[in-house]
Design a protein around this ligand. Sequence first.
Ligand SMILES: NC(=O)c1ccc[n+]([C@@H]2O[C@H](COP(=O)([O-])OP(=O)(O)OC[C@H]3O[C@@H](n4cnc5c(N)ncnc54)[C@H](O)[C@@H]3O)[C@@H](O)[C@H]2O)c1
Length: 546
Amino acid sequence: MASYKPKNILITGAAGFIASHVANRLVRNYPEYKIVVLDKLDYCSNTKNLLPSKLSPNFKFVKGDIESADLVNYLLITESIDTIMHFAAQTHVDNSFGNSFEFTKNNIYGTHVLLEACKVTGQIRRFIHVSTDEVYGETDEDAVVGNHEASQLLPTNPYSATKAGAEMLVMAYGRSYGLPVITTRGNNVYGPNQFPEKLIPKFILLAMRGKTLPIHGDGSNVRSYLYCEDVAEAFEVILHKGEVGRVYNIGTKKERRVIDVARDICKLFSMDPETSIEFVENRPFNDQRYFLDDQRLKNLGWSERTVWEDGLKKTIKWYTQNPDWWGDVTGALLPHPRMLMMPGSTHFDSEDGKETSYVSGPNQTRMVVPTPKGGSSPQKQSLKFLIYGRTGWIGGLLGQLCEKQGIAFEYGKGRLEDRSSLNADIQNITPTHVFNAAGVTGRPNVDWCESHKTETIRANVAGTLTLADVCRDHGLLMMNFATGCIFEYDTAHPQGSGIGFKEEDKPNFIGSFYSKTKAVVTTLDIFLFDSGFVCVLINSLQYFPG
Ligand SMILES: NC(=O)c1ccc[n+]([C@@H]2O[C@H](COP(=O)([O-])OP(=O)(O)OC[C@H]3O[C@@H](n4cnc5c(N)ncnc54)[C@H](O)[C@@H]3O)[C@@H](O)[C@H]2O)c1
């Protein structure tokens, strides 16, 4: 079998989980290769993941975005890159239900930029594109044969759809321009360095804190888990022995139900699974199973080495020894976290508690931008927010912002349309302000509201008004998150004119049932606003007409 010898490898997304293990392994095992890593340092990344490589002369870290064509072209040329291992992506399925445009931008457009840079520079001898088992969609529960590399791609969530989209571009650049591409589709990976929004580290950190482990749905979903070092080895094998134009599944035949993962973790923490496991609302769509045929990669000589019991113990040991690796991750430990998906919300806590970022190369390791951490001001300490809409995108972000700002907050447990449960929340929590980011937005898309009018009215109209009235009873200010999709361009506000709608303008778009309910409430809110207890916040986030 032909063996490929790279010289200068660009690894994208290497401050994240899997690629950090791959980068550290290649830096360690192949001092003759230059490894340049490019990462925009998103919320889930951590430069500490690359500490084993930091001082190596064959390692260089570059902070930057794969969506920047100038930067990517510059790097390919100045670093004489001949090989790309492309891991960078938005990876958390839960986030993709909230803000899927970020997934399209990073996962599809970002991949396209890389591919185009390869075409323009014409020097790439291998482009290894890292995809996922999720592109196949779910496998039947009783299937005995796993998805092989030629199986149809049937993604079921926005994350996997963007990964499948990126694959199509990779394939097209292989066919149209002769780019030497290889694609991998992997099962779930676990181990050290993984951001705790993902199931296994989340359960471990919750168990370390003596908290219950939340399971989406009934826990019967089946997943296949590979230990990170085995996966890093798989990439080492594919890099050297993979055949151009091929797809390789990186899989294991050993499957386990999510409930069994939780039970195994409970056992290792001596926790009673009966009282320590909590069943929470399921994802909008939660694939039952991903089952792969892994023979092709086995033919290259790779096989899984780490048995589940050992891998889990090693992982628990690492998280126990590094409890503060990520800083404060309370938000990620929620049953349905929604992270701030923007650069800068990263965690670079060094030993002295300062934020750091570094650039390391053959001759340099520079520490830059020390940012001292500030304490919470007395004014912030006197605030306490009660937030409705925990599982929504804005509600999730509000919690994150409160955490970052050091403002006390709790999510409401009551149903908006149930007055007594709202009163109970206010009595228990004694908030200073109430935020309403709850409501029916029609996840997974707004059309859902058309066929579920009763639920939409109940939450968006009756619920919001009940909450406003309860807040008035308690003398509390309620911030209500309304929406910009109650407006459409008209003669007074022509498209492209820069003339926008004002807060007091009457809604003029009721073309969807969703906007109709929001328009009704916004109009009524204005009456309540006169009473001094409701503040309406209108935003146009995520609204794209048509
Ligand atoms: N974790 C798994 O179980 C698993 C399984 C199969 C496939 N994958 C795939 O493997 C790859 C790595 O997954 P992971 O779990 O290590 O991810 P991760 O979320 O831990 O890390 C992703 C990294 O990519 C970086 N990144 C994101 N967008 C970027 C951009 N536009 N420019 C530069 N950097 C950017 C982030 O900062 C982060 O460091 C992904 O492509 C994912 O789809 C993951």
